[in-house]
Design a protein around this ligand. Structure first.
Ligand SMILES: Nc1nc2c(ncn2[C@@H]2O[C@H](COP(=O)(O)OP(=O)(O)OP(=O)(O)O)[C@@H](O)[C@H]2O)c(=O)[nH]1
Ligand SMILES: [Mg+2]
Length: 389
């Protein structure tokens, strides 16, 4: 029998929902639940309405006897009306009946302890609950599904097989064939590549989970703020015919083809006698330097080369992409090789949207790569160990 107490906690996340689920897990779960409801417990894995002793409240009750439950222990779930007071009172009654309050992650820890989940799946559940972006959610789901675990296990088995073969050869050196040695080296190299592949996938996963910074920059009056608004579909930044309108940079979240971005509008780059404008340009330059993608905008009515110096001076980070855009294209194109847009009225933005989405799309496998995964993979990495000889 498990040595720990029966635990109880609210399993549902949102306090605003209509229903809350109180989960009880442990050897005493069934007797505790029995003490709380009027009548008999429902049959295993059948949800049934029961009246609770506490305030005559009605609850949907589900009984999942161990070991075929989430935690591997006897589990009872009470689906009750939500509301902090109601749920708090019922939970209090469960604790009075003999359960101990569950701490964050306790149910999952028990599931891991009872081998209902592997460690990577348990980690995946924590990552899934904490996921803030679509990419984080996708990656966490793959971890919960055990995809990374299966890959690692497949490689581990191959390592084991290779070790056995090499040891057999050490025992019988007279039977060692040069072809065997070549095969061992090739197998070891491919296993090393798998580990390197995970490390690269962890890095891609990290980038995909963070919001790429897409910074709109260019000379004053190019229509940067108008384009910023057009991409967002709302009036967020001031647009005016006065050059030097934008001073502080403006940030907004935007989702393009499923990828979440941080779109940034900046002050038009130019020399100025106005201290405040100079400070704004400085902020804009900092934004450009930390951008993953720079959308460089010039108006079709602006003379070519106006920003040539700026172009050269832009402190663009290694690996950042530069997308050149000619705005006000209805006035006649000067730079037909650039992407043409008309930020006002904001139609025909599709080619630019696609270019931004392409620039932030990361090809290849993406893994969640928690600190433990990265540490273990680095330990196994051939670049760390040196060449296999
Ligand atoms: N004809 C035309 N005018 C536009 C277009 N987009 C913007 N404008 C006008 O261009 C002027 C400048 O627009 P803004 O968006 O304020 O330009 P900006 O690049 O943000 O300028 P600063 O903030 O001063 O650097 C405004 O008068 C806009 O109405 C467009 O597609 N066509
Ligand atoms: Mg502006």
């Amino acid at each position: 029998m498990p040595e720990h107490h029966t635990i109880a906690g609210v399993a549902t996340g949102s306090p605003d929902g209509g229903v809350a689920i109180i989960r009880v897990s442990g050897s005493e779960a069934l007797s505790i639940a029995k003490a709380l409801i009027m009548g008999e417990l429902p049959a295993p894995r059948v949800l049934a309405v029961r009246r609770l002793v506490v305030g005559g409240e009605r609850a949907l009750v589900g009984v999942m006897p161990g070991p075929r439950s989430f935690t591997g222990e006897d589990v009872v779930e009470l689906h009750v009306h939500a509301g902090a007071r109601n749920v708090g009172q019922i939970l209090e009654a469960v604790l009075e009946a003999g359960a101990v309050a569950a701490q964050a992650g306790d149910f999952t820890r028990r599931a891991f302890g009872n081998r209902r989940l592997s460690l990577d799946q348990a980690e995946g559940i924590a990552a899934l609950i904490g996921a803030q972006t679509q990419a984080a959610l996708d990656q966490a789901r793959r971890l919960v599904a055990g995809e990374l675990g299966r890959e690692v296990e497949a490689v581990r088995q191959k390592v084991e097989l290779l070790r056995v073969e090499i040891e057999a050869n050490l025992d019988f050196p007279e039977d060692v064939d040069a072809r065997d040695e070549a095969r061992f080296a090739a197998t070891a190299a491919s296993l090393g590549e798998a580990v390197e592949g995970w490390l690269a996938g962890f890095e891609r996963g990290r980038l995909a989970r963070s919001r790429a910074r897409v910074v709109i920059a260019g000379p004053p009056n190019a229509g940067k703020s108008a384009l910023f608004n057009a991409l967002l579909g709302r009036r967020r930044a001031l647009v005016s015919a006065t050059a030097g309108t934008t001073r502080d940079y403006v940030e907004a979240e935007l989702t393009l083809e499923g990828r979440e971005l941080c779109l940034v509008d900046t002050a038009g780059l130019r020399e100025s006698a106005d201290n405040i404008e100079v400070a704004g340009v400085e902020l804009g330059r900092e934004q450009i330097a930390s951008a993953d993608v720079i959308v460089w905008v010039e108006g079709a009515d602006q003379s070519v080369g106006l920003s040539r110096d700026d172009h050269d001076n832009l402190n663009i980070a290694a690996g950042a992409s530069l997308i050149r855009v000619e705005n006000k294209q209805e006035l006649g194109r000067r730079r037909p090789e650039w992407i043409g847009v008309s930020a006002e009225p904001g139609t025909e933005l599709e080619p630019l949207r696609r270019a931004i989405a392409d620039a932030v799309t990361l090809g290849g496998e993406q893994w969640i790569g928690l600190a433990r995964h990265r540490d273990r993979a680095r330990e196994a990495s051939p670049t760390r160990l040196g060449p296999c000889r």
